[in-house]
Structures are given as C-alpha cells and as structure tokens.
Design a protein around this ligand. Sequence first.
Ligand SMILES: [Zn+2]
Ligand SMILES: [Zn+2]
Length: 351
Amino acid sequence: MRTMKAAVFERAGRIVLAERPIPRVGPSDALMRVTTTTICGTDVHILKGEYPIAPGCIVGHEPVGVIEELGSAVLGYQIGQRVIAGAITPCGQCSPCLDGHLSQCGGKVMGGWRFGNTIDGCQAEYVLVPNANANLAPIPDGLTDEQVLMCPDIMSTGFGGAEGGTIRIGDAVVIFAQGPIGLCATAGAKLKGASLIIAVDAVPARLEMAKRMGADVVIDYRKADPVDEIMHLTGGRGVDVAIEALGTQQTFESCLRALKPGGVLSSLGVYSGKLTLPMDAFAAGLGDHRIVTTLCPGGKERMRRLMNVIASSRVDLGGLVTHRFKLDEIEKAYDLFANQRDGVLKVAITP
Ligand SMILES: [Zn+2]
Ligand SMILES: [Zn+2]
C-alpha cells in the first residue's frame, strides 16, 4: 500500500504528522495531490479540543493542488490540471444544495463542511475530493498557489459576510475584528461599493492590513469606544451594515449598537455558550434589524468566481500569507499559528 504524510488529529492538544494510506478513488471522487494548503482558526479549535472531530481524522480544509486521479463518473477534467476545492464540498444534488444552501448540504447544519471534519482533510500530500464534479475548480493560468490559497475558506467566508449583509453602493459598514476573515470581509465591503468602511481591532499590524484591504477608518478598541466612534463617524446615524468576525458576546453586541434602525448585522463568528440580545440595542425587537449568518460558501462555481476576482486584480490577498512551512514542520506551524506569534496572519504549508 502506498502511503503519504498527513497531519492527523490524535486527541485534544495533539495534531501530529503521521503516515497514512493514499486514499482510493471512488466513481465520483478525485484524488488531488496537494501543492499548498494552510491552517485555519477552526483547526486550532479542533487542536484544543473545542470542536470535536474523530481521532485519526486528517485535518485541514483549504486545498490547492493538482489532479492525480479521477473517478469514472468525473467528467470534464484532466489529470495534471491545477485545481482548488472549497472548504465546503457540497454534493450539488440534494435538496438543500438545489435550494441554494450548499453549505448545509444533506440537510444537517454545516453538512457541507466535510474536509477535516467528517472526512479526511488536506493537510497531507494527497486529499480525496468528494463529489468532484461539483467541487473541482480549475485555477486560471498565471495565478500562483498562494494567490488562490485564501479562496477555499477565508476569502469565501469574509466575502460571504459582505454579501450576506447585502451591502449597497454608498453604504457605511463596520467590521468588528480584523483576523484573516475580518480582513477579507473588509476587502469584500470595498468590492461591494461601501463608501465608509470602518475596521475595529486592537493589533496594530492587523489595523494596518485593514487599511490595505480597503478600510477608510480603523479603530483600536483599547483606545476608544468603538460604538461612540462609529456614531460620531456616521453623524449619529449608525452604520447600514455591521459585520461580526470574531464570535463573542461583546463584538456581537457592539455590532447591534453600531447599527442604524433597519440595518443588517451580518455574523461570521463562531459562538459558544450563550449569546444574548440586549433589548435596548435590539430596540425591543422593533428596529427592523436583520441578523444574518453565513457559513463559508463552497462549490466550484463559487471558487471560479473568487479566483476571477484575483485574476482580474480586483483584490490582492497575497499579503495575508506571513509565514511558510513544509508539511514536515506542521507541528511547528500549529504552534506559531495557535499562539498567534510573530504577527502571523496566515501560513502557507507545502507538502
Ligand atoms: Zn476554516
Ligand atoms: Zn448536497
């Protein structure tokens, strides 16, 4: 049996490099040789035991690679073609998929999130892509692995927050938290045509990057009360759209307090425990507020459009890759990324 190297979740606190069999290809699958991948904040939750996956599962859900082998029912692709697949791999055929909710494929919450969750992921030399006809997206000529590395997850998720918020040309938008996803939401707000983009964080390097991604104003929440500042910047009106990109009670609440009546709170964060709605900020339910949530949109059409955004130079997310590691050094990469050392935003992992 041929084997490969892979980052495997062993138990809470331990993700290790291990030898695993190279997956066998079924009729609707494709085998991708991974050329570049990355680590996501969600993988850190898995590492810490805060999000349960089965011991022995290979982690990672952001694959860039080359087609190594195709199942008999996968049509329209060639061996050797450079492709990505989204973090979310919908089947494209079930009723939630056909209804447009690809992330909720199969009818279970987050059912479309399979890589490094319910099936083996891509922090490995090879990854099996399920329902390949719905998920393999060819990389446009001339784009490097690193240029498209953000498409499978953080670009799709961050842009999804801007799209879910239905930002209109000329809107005022605030984005709370400028981690990789918040930064992509900032870039998404710019692309959607917002005329005032406010980014909130406390890490100077992230606020600096927020400006590069399109923020007009950045607020360090340790130096000023962000809601007061936002009200001041909008002449007391509040923002049209507030994007939450962290997943805490405080940021959620600040989003609500920063909104105009009739505004949209677009939530990307992953919450735990209990989330409460303060009735004054929620106008006792009479403020025509809308709260929308988005899980990373996936599928090959989504990936095709995101890669076109990069190919047409509408946005440059290359600056988000701050560190590079070989797959052999994955444990070191987790250590750096999980502890947010050395100004890390995203790492590139090459098998
Ligand atoms: Zn992720
Ligand atoms: Zn489906």
